[in-house]
Design a protein around this ligand. Sequence first.
Ligand code: GDD
Ligand code: MN
Length: 363
Amino acid sequence: MPELAVVIPTFDEIQNVQPVADAVFSALEGIDFELIFVDDDSPDGTARQVLELSRTNPRVRLVHRINRRGLSSAVVEGMMASNAPYLAVMDGDMQHDETLLPDMLRRLRAGDVDLVAGTRHREGGSRGEFPWARRALSQLGRRLSALVCHADVSDPMSGFFALRRDYLDEVVRHLSCVGFKILVDLLASSKRPVRIQEVGYTFRKRLHGQSKLDLVVGLEYLELLLHKLAGDWIPVRYALFGMIGAVGVVAQLVLMGCLLYFGRLTFDTAQVTSSLLVIGLNYAGDNRITFRRRRLRGWHWLSGLALFALACSLGLYLNLRVASGLSGMGVRWILASLAGILIASVWNYSVGAILVWRINRRP
Ligand code: GDD
Ligand code: MN
C-alpha cells in the first residue's frame, strides 16, 4: 500500500498529463506513492491519455467520472479511492509546485498536524503572474472564508495541500463538495480547531490549456459559504432561490415605476405586466444558477417557463389569501404581508424544484 496518494482533478488537460506525471515522479523519487487523476469525462480525451500512462506505470491510476462535474467533488472521490495514510492534492496544469510534496509529507509524518497547506501569502510564497481581477476576487474570497474556516490559514483559496487520512475520515461526511474551494470545505467541516502548517509556493503560469474558473464557480463558492453558515437549517438551493426572488422584487419595483411613469399604464396593467416579466426573470435566474445542474434548454426551457409561471400564479393566489386572512384577523400588515410572501416562496420553490426542474429524477 502506498504511503502517499497524490490526487489531481482534471478537465480538458490532455497536454498537461505527461508533464505533470513526470514532474511528480521526479519530485517523489524514493517515496512510495500513487498518482490518481480524477477526470470528469473531458471532451479532449484526457482520460484516455491517463489510461495509456497507467498501462506503462502501475503507480498511475484513473478515476473516470461520467455525468458529474466539479473540482471539489472530484478531489474527494479521488482521495476516497485511495487507502494511503497521507493524501496530497494539486492541480493538473503545473501551476502548483510539486517539489514541495516531500516536505509536506515529512511534516505530516511528524504526527502533530492534520493538514499542510501550500500558501502564496506567506514567506517563500507568491502569486506569480496573477491578473489583478483574480487578485481582487481571491482577496474577497479569503476574507469571506474567515466566516467558516476553523483554522488560521493565510491562503484558503489555494488548491494545493496535503492531509492525513485520519483527518479526512473525520470530516468527509460533513463536506459540501460544491465548486472549487475544497480547502475551505475541509477546514470549515471540522468540529474542532484544525492543526495546520503552511509552506510557501509560487503560483506558476498554466502550462497548456485554459482555466475553468468562471462565474458559476464564483456562485458555487457563495453556495459553499451558505451551506457552512446555514446549511443545517435551510436548504442552500432554497436560499439561492430566495436571493433570486429578492432580486426579482427589486426589479419589479423598478419596472412598476417605469411602466407607470414612462409607459403611462394603469396600476393594474403595470402590476400584471411587471409580475409576468419578473416571473420570467426569476425563472431564467433559477435555471442558470439555482438549478444549474438540471438546466433546461430549448423547448424544455419554454415548457418549463409555462409551468413555472402557472405555479407562481397559484403562489400569488396563496400569498393574497394568507396575507389578507391574517390582516383580517388583526395581524399587523407587515407580518401578514411577509407571511404571504414566505408561503408563496416555499410553494414556488417546491413546485419549481419537483415539477419544473425535477430534482428527484435522475439527470
Ligand atoms: N475533475 C474535474 N472536474 N477537474 C476540474 C474541474 C471539474 O469540473 N474543473 C477544473 N478542474 C481541474 C483542472 O483541470 C485543473 O487541473 C484544476 O482543476 C484547477 O483548475 P483551473 O481551471 O486550472 O483553476 P485555476 O488555476 O483558475 O484556479 C486554481 O488555482 C487556484 C489557486 O490555487 C484552483 O485550484 C483554485 O481552486 C485555486 O484557488
Ligand atoms: Mn490552474
